[in-house]
Design a protein around this ligand. Sequence first.
Ligand code: GLN
Length: 535
Amino acid sequence: MAKFIFITGGVVSSLGKGIASASIGALMESHGYRISMIKLDPYINVDPGTMSPFQHGEVYVTTDGAETDLDLGHYERFTNTKILRMNNATSGQIYYSVIQKEREGKYLGKTIQVVPHITDEIKQRITALTKKIDIVICEIGGTVGDIESLPFLEAIRQLYFEHNSDTVFVHLTLVPFIKAAGELKTKPTQHSVASLREIGIQPQILLCRTEKPLSPELKEKIALFCNVRRQAVIEAIDTPYIYEIPLIFHRQNLDKIILELIHLPSHPHPALGKWNNIVNILHNAQEKVCIGVVGKYIKLQDSYKSIYEALVHGGIANHCKVEFSRIDSEQIEKEGVENSLRNVDGVILPGGFGIRGVEGMISAIRYCRENKIPFFGICLGLQCAVIEFARNVCGLCNATSTEFSSDTTEPVICLLDEQKNITKMGGTMRLGAYPCIVEPGSIAYRAYKRKKISERHRHRWEFNMKYFNLMKQHGMKFVGLSPDRKLVEIIEIENHPFFVATQFHPEFQSKPFACHPLFAGFIKAAIHHRAKKQI
Ligand code: GLN
């Protein structure tokens, strides 16, 4: 029988509930348990795929082609569990399937209600994950007190009622430091726990986000007012490295406390060596590089979450600190490319949609190509690299993508065939993992060290094969193709230390202990570039 860990959040959003959940997952694995993780999102969208990155942050794509919440990226990075479509559910999906069943007459004349029909559907999504699993970790999105999350909270309350000693509730909350008073305040935590208790949930563990250490007296006070054991008031102090969080929790016995509460034995020596290793590297790396991240969603840190993490992994793989220079591509259009890219040792251009900011991206690419600065383009990054090369090397001055100009005379990037008749927007891009064949001798091959790879996609447009020969003659190298050779997946250019762009999103497969080979190669190239600059 599987056990359940339920994680809720209080006071404000953005406290790092996803990372806390992923860290708990890592700790459970370190004791030898098989885990599964699920994120339940209270919003009505069926998935985050149709939301603007400014609204939602990154859309994380699973191998089976689901567009999911970015917290699932943390789950995959922190743990060994496989994350698929079934590991994320939204209110939209839950209601959608209940309404579909109602239309099919499956409820035999009953009145369909939030309790029990919606809550049953939620419970079914959670319990579906228990096969061959010891512990299911379930994170509830949003903040306690939101109208939308009530059915989810009611569903986990019912699961607690049914499984009692096999469940534990962990609540993540904020203990703010009030400058004027010079004090940490517990009242928001008390209120948040009170709201949970009102709906029948008594958290047994509190993770308290805080800027400053919690004194024993403060922990005592939180424990008393929130009806939680003192040892179970865990300090979740701000740290510069998210990969330190499993260790911070472990030092406070969070793993043992959870396992006791769900009646599972703790391992006397949990396998945390790999976490200690990477944290050591992060703290002690001597070398440093600065990577320019040029994008259109720069203002929101979460928009390129997996990109930033994969770059950090590249740093770990090369024992090097990675700093970011976040550059809005529209700013390049205004301030000039040299001003914007002066101090960077490499440039990464992540995915995106629509024409805004594209000209700035194209000038950044030209600058990297001409000045031999390591360049890594991802999805839209590949498409812009093709446009730049077509315009400035092949002399096709009108070259662009039909995404930006539907009647262009030089459509070097055009719609994928399968996309031409699509009218519905949600979930209809080329999504999920597809195979690609890498050409021996290329930079990509040297990184992957194998020919057949599989990478995750999320796009509608592609390289237009009509320009294949022309661009090849001018020095563009098509070093990764789909097995039927109809789609371009990776490009490079001649005589450049590292100019690689991919139609797929390698960032989704990178882990702190196993950096994606292209990110490791890119950071290595940036280290070389920096060393050359300093000579
Ligand atoms: N807008 C481009 C497309 O749909 C690129 C997408 C992306 O960068 N993820 O093909």
